[in-house]
Ligand binder design. Structure first.
Ligand code: PXP
Length: 248
C-alpha cells in the first residue's frame, strides 16, 4: 500500500497568523498519527514562516511517527537537521518570495552542492530524498548524488487537473509515469507530492513504483470543516481504494 505522509505546515501557518500557541502543531502531529497516517511531514523554511525549530524537535521527541523534514541546502537548516535527526529528509529548492515550493531542485546545476549534504545526512542514518521535476535529466543527476529516494513534483499535473484540458493533465500524468519507471529502474525509491487532493489523487495512486505521497494543503483545508482525523482517514481510504490490486 502507498504510504501517506501528512504535511502539517499549514497548522503552523494558522498559529503564526496570531503568534500564539493555537492551533498546536504537536497536537496536529498526534492527531495525524492517531488517524493512522504513515508519517508527518514539515518544512522548516529559512524564513521560519510557519514551522519553527521547536516544532520539529517536539514532534521528533514526543510523537511516535516517522518524521519527514523538507528543507533547503542552507547551512543553518542542514545543521538543525543533523541535530534533530528526523527519519527522513526531502531536499527542496527554496525561494523567499514564493508562496510554496514552486519547482523541483536544480539537481543538474547544483549536484556538487547537493552531494555533500546528502552524504552528511545519510551519515546520521537519515533517509534522503530529492524533490525533483519528473524528467530524465533530474533523475539521472539525483541518482548521482547518492540520495535513496526522489519525490516527484506533482504540481504541474495538479495545476492541469483543475483546467478543462484533459489532454494536458494526461500528458503530465504520462510524464510522472515515465519518471517513476525511470527512477525505479535506477534503484531509486519513488515518492510524489505537491498539489494533490481528494479529486486528483486517484490517478497518482495508479502509477507503479510510488511508495509514498506527501499531502498537506488539501488535508488541512478539509480538516477546517471536519477535523484532522476524518480528513486523514478519508485520504487514506482513497489511496487504499484506488491502489491497483497486486501492487506492493
Ligand atoms: N512535497 C513537498 C516536497 C513539498 O514541498 C510540499 C509543500 O510543502 C508538499 C509535498 C505538499 O504539498 P501540498 O501542501 O500542496 O499538498
Amino acid at each position: 500500500m502507498i504510504k501517506l505522509g501528512v504535511n502539517i505546515d499549514h497548522v503552523a501557518t494558522l498559529r503564526q497568523a496570531r503568534g500564539g500557541k493555537e492551533p498546536d502543531v504537536l497536537e496536529a502531529a498526534r492527531a495525524v498519527r492517531k488517524a493512522k497516517a504513515d508519517g508527518v511531514t514539515v518544512h522548516l523554511r529559512e524564513d521560519r514562516r510557519h514551522i519553527q525549530d521547536a516544532d520539529v524537535k517536539a514532534i521528533k521527541q514526543k510523537v511516535k511517527i516517522p518524521l519527514n523534514l523538507e528543507m533547503s541546502l542552507n547551512a543553518g537548516i542542514v545543521a538543525a537537521a543533523l541535530e534533530i535527526q528526523p527519519e527522513k529528509v526531502c531536499l527542496v529548492p527554496e525561494r523567499r518570495e514564493e508562496r510554496t515550493t514552486e519547482g523541483g531542485l536544480n539537481v543538474v546545476g547544483d549536484r556538487e552542492r547537493i552531494k555533500p549534504v546528502v552524504e552528511m545526512l545519510k551519515g546520521k542514518g537519515i533517509v534522503v530524498s530529492l524533490f525533483i521535476e519528473p524528467d530524465s535529466a533530474a533523475i539521472e543527476a539525483a541518482h548521482g548524488t547518492g540520495a535513496q529516494f526522489v519525490e516527484l513534483h506533482t504540481g504541474a499535473y495538479a495545476n492541469a487537473f483543475i483546467t478543462d484540458d484533459a489532454a494536458l493533465w494526461k500528458k503530465e500524468l504520462i510524464r510522472l509515469h515515465n519518471a517513476a519507471q525511470e527512477a525505479h529502474q535506477k534503484g531509486l525509491g519513488v515518492n510524489a507530492g505537491h498539489g494533490l487532493n481528494y479529486e486528483n489523487v486517484e490517478q497518482i495512486v495508479k502509477i507503479p513504483h510510488i511508495e509514498e505521497l506527501n499531502i498537506g494543503h488539501a488535508i488541512v483545508s478539509k480538516a477546517v470543516f471536519c477535523g484532522l482525523d476524518k480528513a486523514v482517514k478519508e485520504m487514506k481510504k482513497l489511496i487504499e481504494m484506488h491502489t491497483p490490486s497486486g501492487s506492493a
